[in-house]
Write a protein that binds this ligand. Structure first.
Ligand code: PAF
Length: 292
């Protein structure tokens, strides 16, 4: 079915979001949700374009979610540029930007929390980002569960750049019987292979040169491990190479099972694998990952 495109709109309440989605549904239209924290770049717009390929209407949420930041993290400094975001979304064909306030998202007195696995159950939230940012996946799971419930979209589109997050969201949707299909979209990279990220805006010109080495190092380490090199050795080499390239500190470099992020018990790759890292240059923490 074809339907004329509606004018782009910004809504700030769950009631208005639901009314818009209900109206589209009444016309037989399908809906994609693209959850973001704003400061949109080409990577986000690629997610919107993917949503448009798969659904009649795209809703993009722009919400800097406080529950996924620890007290010492960059919540206050996180770039906020809603006017610019709205223009970009309009130009990309997104129908609606959902930009709630913190009070709209988290009503006074809200106490519900969501945990996607723990030390006992295991699961994709354990280790890696979960170890270095213990706040992160509880906050992501809570806000994503709320957004999925608020939008009631047919699909929700997430970038593979946050691979562990994507696996956590898939597990959450499965475990809570959320009917929205979770779609992962390959990472958009610049001409040097640097994964696009809102945090790249913090990098100086020299830091940008260093950051662009990260994907090359990951690819090389992944290829060696895929060729049969023990994982521990490939990880160690990548660790040394990242520091040599000019990064200041590394939280982790790890080759893990792609789906649940568990370590390979045999110490070599068997089946689908991913190499993942988080490293800092100056005050900027970058993450990246790729299939091995
Ligand atoms: O990936 C992000 O930008 C955020 O973690 C998300 C999924 C929008 C939840 O706040």
């Amino acid at each position: 079915m074809t339907a004329s495109l509606d004018a782009f709109r910004i809504v700030r309440t769950v009631a208005d979001l639901r009314a818009a989605v209900r109206a589209w549904r009444a016309q037989g239209l399908t809906v994609a949700l693209v959850p973001t924290m704003g400061a949109l770049h080409a990577g986000h717009l690629h997610l919107v374009a993917e949503g448009l390929k798969r659904a009649d209407r795209v809703v993009t949420s722009v919400f800097v979610n406080p529950t996924q930041f620890a007290a010492h993290e960059d919540l206050g400094a996180y770039p906020r540029q809603q006017d610019r975001d709205a223009k970009l979304l309009d130009q990309t064909g997104c129908a609606l930007m959902f930009a709630p306030t913190v009070d709209e998202m988290y009503a006074a007195g809200a106490v519900t929390r969501i945990t996607v696995g723990d030390a006992e159950t295991g699961g994709p939230s354990q280790g890696l980002e979960g170890a270095f940012r213990p706040q992160m996946f509880g906050g992501v799971a809570l806000v994503v569960a709320k957004l999925l419930n608020q939008a009631q979209a047919d699909i929700a589109v997430f970038g593979e750049k946050d691979w562990q997050q994507l696996m956590v969201v898939r597990r959450l949707a499965l475990d809570l019987d959320i009917p929205t299909e979770i779609v992962g979209v390959p990472t958009v990279r610049d001409e040097h292979g640097l994964a696009l990220s809102s945090r790249n805006a913090y990098l100086s010109a020299e830091e940008l040169d260093v950051a662009r080495r990260l994907n090359v190092i990951l690819r090389q380490a992944g290829e060696k491990a895929r060729a049969g090199r023990p994982i521990a050795g490939a990880e160690r080499e990548a660790y040394d190479a990242i520091l040599k390239a000019g990064f200041d500190t590394i939280d982790y470099v790890a080759i893990r099972r792609a789906e649940d992020l568990a370590a390979f018990p045999s110490g070599v790759i068997e089946g689908d694998a991913r190499i993942l890292t988080a490293a800092r240059i100056g005050r900027t923490r970058l993450i990246d990952n790729m299939a091995v």
